[in-house]
Each structure stands twice: as C-alpha cells, then as structure tokens.
Design a protein around this ligand. Structure first.
Ligand SMILES: [Zn+2]
Ligand SMILES: [Zn+2]
Length: 371
C-alpha cells in the first residue's frame, strides 16, 4: 500500500475558465439511501471545489428550505431519481417539493417530468441490476454515459479488494483505479444520435454508503472523494448569470446541460478544465451541443489542458472512429456533415496502474449539417 502514499493525484480547484462551471450530477442524501444530509453534501461539494451539484434522491424532491441552503456560487440543481418498471431516470430542474405521479409506468412518469420542464436523463442504462429496458420510447433528453456507482460495481472482486485496501491510504487513487470505459453506453448513445439529439453526461451516483448487513453500513465511497471523480463541465454563454457565468443560476445550468453544452472529465486523473473541442471555419465556430452549418471547408480543433501526461485522443463521426492520436492538440480538416464527438484517455498513475489507458474526457457532439 506504499503506492497509496506515493502517488499524488492533482488537487482540484474551481475552474478558472470564465464560461465553464464544473459540477456533479446524481447525488443521494439521507432523504433516500445516501448517508449524509443536504448540509453535509454541500460541505463536501465545497471541499471538492464544485460550482454546482444536482441532488437526486429516489422518488423524493428537495424542499424549498433545503434548496435555500445553496450559496450563489454553488447552486443546487433540484432533481429526483425516478424509479419505473423500465429502470431509473433523473429529472433535473423540477419544482421544489414536486410530487411525482403514483405509478411505476415509465411513459407516464417521463411525460409528467416533461410537463414540468425537467431535463430527463436515463440513469445507469446498462447497470447489472437496474438497467433501462424501454428503448422504444424516445421521450427523454439525455443519458448517463458514465455512472461511477455502476462503474465500480462492475469490477472484479480482486480489483475491488485491491482498491478497498488502497482506499484507506489514498481514496482518490482507489476510485481512479476502478474506472473502466462504458462501451455499451457509448454504442447506444451513438445509435440514438443517428436519430436525434441526446445529451450525454457523467454521473457520480454517490450514496456514501454500502449496506453490509442488518443495521450495518459502511460509508464507502465517501462524499468528498466521490465528488472529485466524474464531473460535468458546463459551457455557458457569456450572458449567463447576468453577464457573470460564475453566478449562473441552477436553471441556466440545466438549460445548458439539456442542450448538450458540456463535457465530462474524470478529473481525478487530471483536471480537464479548459479542454476545448470545436469545429470552425472563417464563417464561425461551434462547440459541444452546437449545430454547425457546413457551407465551406471547416476544421476540427481539440486542445487539452497543459500539465497532464500525453493523452490518447479518439475522434468519432457518426459513431465510427475516424482518428486516433497521442497528442495534446489536434487541428485537421473534417470530411463532411455528421455528429462529431471525442474521447480522451490518460494512463493510470502509479506502478500498479500499469499505465493502462483510462477514460478521462468525453464530449457531447458538435452537430455538423450540410448547408
Ligand atoms: Zn438508480
Ligand atoms: Zn442513484
């Protein structure tokens, strides 16, 4: 366990990029099966240097007084995780104390959340025990591509034990060790993107609790370390927050997320703040979630934050990998219309990580259309 004390993962600070806000989506409190109160979760969010947090308890909304606990630079997104007979989905941006209909029918529940203007995200769609099963409906806006809870539960017993031993020494490294690429989620996302826009996000699904048996719980993984792993970086317009995106409201953040103006960073590996993925030409420039009309040749440009080890960058067009390079920046012509997205990988830190490539960043697509 010497490695636990030798490998220092980077400290995370608030993103210094003016239009970017970093937060965590899908957190449970004591109102359902989490171990902490809203106040304790907010304290952990401060320690993890977040600039927003989406609390989503099972089938119970936050109250007005709980929602009032947030400071202006760390808004709580009012959410709920709704259990249906087809799996779980998140509804973000719901009214305080919202009462969901008393049914398990997924179509009725999705429609009810749509009626209050919520951003609806399929949760852990390929979870080993609670996957999403109703793929015939298209009445949702987004899906979780990475779910930290599902990711570590999918590890082998050996890997899990190894990480648990490491956890006492270096909690962040232990969680990084358990990260794996969610291939099923990416494949399904690409399939859906062929038909319509679907926002992809990463989720913590933090409970800070494992049930060990009757009356016994273990607070693993804790709130603070798990709020440092999978973080959604929201890209805001310059007029957000009344001209100061650092003060963007919860509803502005939900709107940007719903439109796909975001990317996920597994920031424990290295803070992804300032990462950029754009399609540009002399007529304009588009980032994640934007539509770009291709009237003249354009270039795809990626730049990564300095200071990380050399990343592996993969570029996808309509679900097919079209380029793969170990590079810090990419600037290349695009061949034509399509949905362009990227995945970046970094080597695992430390000796026992064997430097294997680990998912670090994935973006929402830029939608390039023919003029
Ligand atoms: Zn769930
Ligand atoms: Zn959950």
């Amino acid at each position: 366990m010497l490695e636990g004390s030798l490998v220092k993962l980077p400290a995370l600070s608030k993103s210094g990029v003016p239009n970017e806000r970093v937060g965590v989506i899908h957190v449970h409190t004591r109102a359902s099966d989490g171990s902490g109160t809203v106040a304790e979760v907010m304290e952990a969010a401060e320690k993890a240097n977040l600039s927003f947090i989406a609390i989503t308890d099972h089938n119970v909304a936050l109250t007005p007084s709980e929602l009032a606990e947030d400071p202006p630079d760390l808004p709580i997104i009012s959410g709920v995780e709704i259990g249906t007979n087809a799996g779980h989905f998140l509804a973000l941006g719901i009214p305080p104390s919202w009462q969901q209909p008393k049914t398990k029918n997924d179509r009725e529940l999705l429609a009810a959340a749509r009626a209050v203007g919520a951003f609806r995200i399929l949760a852990h769609p390929f979870h080993p025990f609670t996957p999403w099963t109703d793929w015939k409906t298209s009445d949702f806006d987004g899906m979780e591509i990475w779910n930290e809870d599902a990711a570590w539960r999918q590890n082998s017993f050996f890997d899990l034990m190894d990480a648990l031993l490491l956890y006492g020494e270096n909690d962040q490294l232990a969680l990084v060790r358990l990260a794996s690429t969610p291939d099923d989620n990416f494949a399904k996302w690409d399939e859906l993107l062929q038909q319509r826009r679907v926002a992809g996000i990463c989720a913590a699904d933090t409970h800070a609790r494992i049930r060990l048996g009757i009356g016994k719980d273990w607070k693993f993984p804790g709130y603070v370390p798990s709020l440092k792993v999978a973080r959604e970086h929201v890209l805001l317009p310059p007029d957000a927050g009344g001209g100061n995106p650092a003060l963007a409201s919860a509803s502005e953040l939900v709107q940007a997320l719903k439109e796909g103006h975001s990317y996920c960073g597994l920031d424990s590996l290295y803070p992804a703040d300032g990462f950029s993925f754009r399609v540009s030409n002399a007529q304009g420039s588009a980032g994640p979630g934007d539509t770009f009309h291709l009237a003249m040749p354009a270039r795809l440009q990626i730049s990564t934050p300095t200071g990380s080890s050399l990343p592996l960058i993969k570029i996808f067009r309509d679900g097919r990998e079209i380029d793969e390079q170990e590079a810090r920046t990419i600037d290349e012509p695009i061949a034509g219309p399509g949905r362009y997205r990227t995945e970046l990988f970094l080597p695992q830190p430390g000796l026992s990580g064997f430097r294997r490539w680990t998912l670090w960043v994935f973006t929402n697509p830029v939608y390039v259309t023919a003029k």
